[in-house]
Design a protein. Sequence first.
Length: 320
Amino acid sequence: MIRANYQNQAVKFLLKDQNNMKLIKNKKAKFILVVLSLSIMCSCNKKNKEYYYPSHNIKYSEEYNKSGELKKINTYYDTIGNLKYHMLFRKNDHDSIIYYYKNGKIYKTGLQDFKAKKYGNWYLYTREGYLSEIREYFIIENNYILNRNWYLGKKKDTLWYAKKSNRYNQKEFVNDTLECRNSSMINFDFYCKDTISISEPFAAAVRCNSPLLREYNSQIIMVLGKENHNFNKTFSNEKDVKLDTFYNLNKDKINRVNFPKANRNYVVAFGRWFDKPGKKILRGYMIEFFKRKPTLEDNNVKGETKVYFEKIIYVKDTVK
């Protein structure tokens, strides 16, 4: 009887021990789970950060979203009062940039890729807040180029030549003033809306009013990549692209009547019909060129320049 009671107590202690072990294991598992959860939260939810000049003024700050992705960088002048110099907004495939004068007004704004290469239109303003200049950038293979630029007056009228107001004399920006002081008077005119019916053509013209090779009696043509064999974003596949070529009014007699006063060398009408609806990206370039026999004064026999082109339109699956 004594032995049976002893065995019963032993079994009770053993069961209690096992229950304690299970409890310990469960607690360990929960602890490990909590630690893992915290580590995941720490890795995802990056905290906003601030960095400082030796003067202890704030230099720049980083802001992150809930997923731990960088969404904004604010950069400041080394002054008391947190004067903003530069703001970067991180998007899915590009950065949106704003620079500021010390008086708080915007100096310039535009887009760049994640390698800090500018593209698209950049808008520059005077210290007083007037739109002063528009610069159009393209990323061509691994380089970015200034494709066109326009200087503007206070009434937003395009100027042939820049004025003193188109200079940026704050010391941080003074070197950003272009050496070329005349506007690019090369216009792409569109004769349709950005959204068209499938029964409508995309219709446009390019007018080169500031030809760089005019002294050689140059001419222009326009080329577009075909819809199914188009240029890529950086034009790096140029050798593989199939082209549609459009000629100037010297050769294009059909469209000549639409431009009665134009210099025929420097106007090209171009366009396209579409078989399928959807988003369409038209890419190509205007070529200004000359070809001639050498003279005693000048042995240049040929030359060309390019102005790049990109236009997005939407085609609706409806008949107008």
